[in-house]
Design a protein around this ligand. Structure first.
Ligand SMILES: Cc1cc2nc3c(=O)[nH]c(=O)nc-3n(C[C@H](O)[C@H](O)[C@H](O)COP(=O)(O)O)c2cc1C
Length: 218
């Protein structure tokens, strides 16, 4: 066994020994999904429950500067969708088509310190923690929902949501729905061009290359 193999082997045995298999599987299944079954909508109560969990998350100095807008009404979802950009690496894909679009959103904003002033930089960290918590919760549900975090939204979105731009800074859009695509984790070595770019195969399966444990340990 090489030194590199041994860290993976150690992690795998700890996964078994400490009851981490279920969590590891949840994390592995919690990919970014971009195509959904639009006919089976995410209930608004489900999205509210996600926010109820997100508000409990760790955050800088417990200042709790994040604010959340839940969007589930179909027309309102269409309005949010129009302001989003999907899968930057897929130059010839305009994003999910009608029938496969997200059916609910949680938009994360940060309260500004003072009117028109930038929000505290640490809210970026808070936002990631809150967003991933909601993604994991959605994926763990029965039925298992899924989502995608989007930072690529237009400056118009804050107006579309009717929020006061002097008071709030939009940070992240979390899109949710019942997944209607297959997403697979891959070792970086499987990447067709050797890069970190995700790819889609002829069968429409979305592949996400990840660096190995060995490669991320420093
Ligand atoms: C902060 C952040 C911003 C993102 N913004 C976008 C986005 O604007 N559009 C998009 O399609 N995906 C977006 N993603 C999804 C990433 O592309 C995705 O996480 C990455 O390709 C790895 O795939 P995985 O989530 O399945 O591991 C974002 C993810 C994060 C964490």
């Amino acid at each position: 066994m090489t030194e590199n193999e041994s860290v993976s082997a150690q992690a795998a045995s700890a996964r078994d020994e400490y009851g981490l298999v279920q969590m590891a599987n949840l994390v592995a299944s919690c990919r970014s999904f971009r195509r959904f079954d639009e006919g089976r909508r995410v209930p608004e109560g489900f999205l509210l429950e996600l926010v109820d969990m997100a508000r409990l998350c760790a955050n800088g100095a417990n200042r709790q500067l994040l604010r959340f807008r839940v969007v589930s009404d179909p027309a309102a979802c269409d309005a949010v969708f129009a302001e989003l950009a999907w899968a930057g690496y897929f130059k010839d894909w305009a994003g999910p088509a009608v029938g496969e679009r997200p059916t609910g959103y949680v938009v994360i904003a940060a309260e500004r310190g003072a009117a028109g002033k930038p929000a505290a930089p640490i809210v970026e960290v808070d936002c990631g923690i809150a967003a991933q918590t909601m993604m994991l919760a959605a994926r763990s549900a029965a039925p298992s929902y899924a989502g995608c975090m989007l930072k690529a939204f237009t400056l118009r979105l804050i107006d579309v949501l009717g929020l006061d731009a002097e008071r709030y800074e939009l940070k992240l859009v979390c899109a949710f729905g019942l997944p209607a695509e297959e997403v697979r984790l891959e070792p970086l070595s499987a990447s067709p061009d050797g890069s970190i770019k995700y790819w889609r195969d002829d069968a429409g399966v979305h592949h996400v290359p990840k660096r190995s444990l060995e490669d991320v340990l420093i």
